[in-house]
Design a protein around this ligand. Structure first.
Ligand code: SAM
Length: 233
């Protein structure tokens, strides 16, 4: 179960209404039962149920069962598409171990707004589901050009473009353990201007994901797989 509260030896963890409903209503836990907790910072902890009510409850941490496992320093940058497909991208990025998920607005991006809180909740659920101890941050929607203007020193960019021919061979010339970002475009692809700017960046690697044009959500999963294979640790 994901909680916001700090976790540590003997630490009491109060539960809110939704968490109490889930544990005691849906999962049928009661006082004396145990549950695994994580908060994205302190690893995974086994906790005893100390108080169980309909609208609240208290857990007490017993022992750490996993240390915090940080994912590789990989950001997934993607242009938000339709709601369900955007949800899918966030869920899969969290499952596959992105450290940060950044929705970007490109020239041909369809949506002008995202529900950051909802996307963050999807990232939490995905981390919960795959037994992760880390939850990637879902950033605010940012303009691609602004992001490139303020690009952090030392971070490489895997720019996925269907106009590129050839495989991801050049990625493998890098060493694992460096900060990276993957960029996936919107349904309409990148504009000529964006493509020219991205291709000219010294930290960008233009990568093809094969000869067919993939939907953005498929492309995100394929790109993360290729990156993991070439550079993940
Ligand atoms: N411009 C295209 C069009 O409308 O025909 C489609 C763009 S595609 C649906 C969305 C994004 O997925 C692209 O901007 C790119 O980042 C990525 N993508 C899809 N297929 C790809 C491929 N074969 N190689 C590299 N990137 C790909």
């Amino acid at each position: 179960l994901y909680v916001e509260h700090p976790l540590g030896d003997g630490q009491s963890v109060p539960l809110d209404r939704d968490q109490a409903h889930y544990l005691f209503g849906v999962m049928r836990l009661a006082v004396g039962g145990q549950v695994l907790l994580f908060n994205g910072r302190d690893g995974e902890w086994l906790a005893d149920v100390e108080q169980a009510g309909k609208r609240a409850g208290v857990l007490a941490c017993v022992q750490q069962t996993k240390p915090l496992q940080m994912p590789p320093d990989l950001w997934l940058l993607f242009a938000p598409i339709k709601k369900a497909r955007t949800d899918f991208i966030v869920e899969k990025a969290a499952e596959m171990g992105a450290a940060r998920i950044v929705p970007v607005q490109t020239e041909f991006t369809n949506s002008e707004r995202i529900r950051q809180d909802r996307l963050q909740a999807h990232a939490v659920e995905a981390a919960e589901q795959c037994g992760g101890t880390y939850v990637p941050e879902v950033a605010e929607l940012q303009k691609l050009d602004r992001l490139l203007d303020d690009w952090p020193d030392g971070r490489q960019l895997m720019f996925c473009d269907e106009a590129e021919v050839g495989a991801a061979k050049r990625l493998a010339s890098n060493t694992p353990g460096q900060p990276w970002a993957i960029l996936i475009g919107p349904e309409g692809g990148f504009s000529d201007r964006e493509r020219a700017r991205l291709s000219a960046l010294h930290f960008a690697y233009v990568v093809s994901l094969g000869p067919r044009i993939l939907r953005a959500d498929t492309a995100a999963v394929a790109a993360m797989t290729i990156w993991q294979q070439a550079l993940g640790d």
